[in-house]
Design a protein around this ligand. Structure first.
Ligand SMILES: Cc1cc2nc3c(=O)[nH]c(=O)nc-3n(C[C@H](O)[C@H](O)[C@H](O)COP(=O)(O)OP(=O)(O)OC[C@H]3O[C@@H](n4cnc5c(N)ncnc54)[C@H](O)[C@@H]3O)c2cc1C
Length: 438
């Protein structure tokens, strides 16, 4: 990628060469807008390379089947203004994303649960094709430029962007329009340190307190070391004030600090928000979700009756992970050295096992940090953005796209989809504005 340092003015500057900024840059340029990108890293899309375990789960086609795809897709998103995302998703959803990348020369493959990936199954292909597309379109990229401040003027040029280069030189660029695509707070090593929030707040925008989303949970539980590494297919429920507020099914994994796995990552947003409000949050795990509580009781009663001569520990072999057995015995108050037989199990102890199988409860102490999270829940309040154009109501000519705003998606390709959708919609809205059609 070449770096055109000769021009200090472009009609549109995009701050942030991540997913949303890249989509916005290509779209804006295709609409005839003189566009340039400012990026603090020495390369584009540094975060994208880390996504989807190095494969980049670029979108998800499972919602693209019903009569109103945008409505189905919008249910995957969360925001303080819950009706906000659909105005963007209606304009540019999963189908348009597939077409867009296909036009750049990046075909997709669909794998598990509608998740789509680049055909190469290499996340690096995504910034790779964007780099080629920007070169094809002569879009300059100002690398290793960290934006420190934005000055807004009533005169032309409207925006002055103050940056620091890697040699700590201070430089200024100007533009008529500005896109802020600086991401959230997750994975700060990829360039997202929250500095974008400060830039927009200084211009008068307000924040919805950001918390880590799609992240592992830390549990307050004494036997985590013994459980660490155990995996099983189960159902997790987040409970606040005795009420189940979200449930998710899938592979659950215990770790030495707590619990992980796709359903836990999906539940983490609810846990984080309620912990942030000072609520007590409980995670309940159902290890036998395919059976009702009555069926579990029947099953264990029958099993213990047939194998009454076996120890309780031995009787669990084949039913649950062997590593789980000593912990379940401790929970039930059974000393493993005593070799208690199934035929000697008391009713009280049996009831503990039934509960553990269907409703094993753990106190959630915290979430892991932004360093381990995949998305930021919260961010710049969307109440100050025009629905469907993403232009600031406070600073006309300023547009936001991507994770920087208070919109986050479920696990499964929906966060990148938001970056693609919002980046595209903001660029098209600017194009219409310039053409005087809005
Ligand atoms: C480990 C991991 C795995 C993930 N996997 C998936 C997945 O498979 N599917 C999915 O949908 N989502 C996934 N996500 C989430 C997804 O990557 C993000 O939601 C998405 O990248 C957000 O795009 P963005 O453009 O808003 O921000 P980013 O992609 O974070 O880009 C922001 C850019 O702005 C730059 N920047 C920030 N501040 C400044 C400044 N002051 N000056 C100049 N430049 C600045 C940064 O360097 C960065 O390049 C994952 C996230 C992580 C961390």
């Amino acid at each position: 990628m070449y770096e055109d340092q000769t021009s200090k003015h472009h009609e549109l500057f995009i701050i942030g060469g991540g997913a949303a900024g890249l989509m916005a840059a290509v779209t804006a340029r295709d609409q005839g807008i003189d566009t340039a990108i400012i990026e603090s890293n020495d390369r584009l899309g540094k975060k994208i390379i880390t996504t989807g375990n190095g494969r980049c789960n670029i979108t998800n086609q499972s919602t693209a089947t019903g009569t109103d795809e945008a409505v189905a897709l919008s249910h995957k998103y969360h925001s303080n203004q819950s009706g906000f995302p659909i105005h963007v998703l209606r304009q540019f959803g999963v189908r348009q994303t597939i077409e867009f990348f296909s036009s750049l020369g990046l075909p997709f493959v669909s794998l598990e649960n509608g998740r789509m990936y680049p055909m190469s199954l290499q996340a690096a292909s995504v910034p790779g094709v964007f780099k080629l597309a920007l070169e094809d379109r002569n879009v300059p990229v100002y690398y290793k430029h960290k934006v420190l401040d934005i000055i807004v003027s009533e005169e032309h040029p409207r925006f002055t962007i103050k940056c620091q280069t890697e040699t700590e030189e201070l430089v200024e660029y100007t533009s008529e329009y500005l896109f802020l695509c600086t991401g959230g707070l997750t994975a700060p090593k990829t360039g997202t340190d929250g500095s974008g929030y400060t830039l927009v707040e200084r211009l008068g925008h307000t924040m919805i307190h950001p918390v880590a989303g799609i992240v592992q949970l830390k549990l307050d539980y004494p036997y985590l070391k013994e459980l660490s590494g155990i995996k099983f297919e189960g159902l997790g429920h987040i409970i606040v004030n005795n009420e189940v507020i979200r449930s998710e099914y899938g592979e659950i994994l215990f770790t030495d600090y707590g619990i992980s796995g796709p359903p836990i990552l999906q539940l983490s947003r609810k846990a984080a928000y309620n912990l942030g409000r000072g609520e007590s949050v409980t995670l309940s795990v159902d290890m036998m979700p395919e059976r009702t509580e009555e069926e579990v009781i029947d099953f264990l009663e029958t099993h213990w009756a047939i194998f009454g001569h076996r120890t309780v520990a031995d009787a669990f072999i084949g039913i649950i992970s062997k590593k789980l057995i000593p912990v379940l015995l401790k929970e039930a108050g059974i000393d493993q050295q005593v070799h208690l037989l199934c035929e000697d199990l008391s009713w009280k102890t049996k009831k503990i096992f039934y509960r553990l199988m269907k409703r094993w409860e753990f106190k959630v102490a915290d979430t892991n940090s932004f360093t381990n999270a995949q998305t930021t829940a919260g961010g710049i309040d969307t109440i100050d953005l025009v629905e469907g154009t993403l232009e600031s109501k406070i600073v006309p000519g300023l547009y936001l796209a991507g994770e920087v705003m208070d919109v986050d998606g479920d696990c499964g390709g929906y966060n990148l989809q938001w970056a693609w959708s919002s980046g595209h919609v903001a660029a098209m809205a600017l194009a219409k504005r310039r053409a005087g059609t809005t």
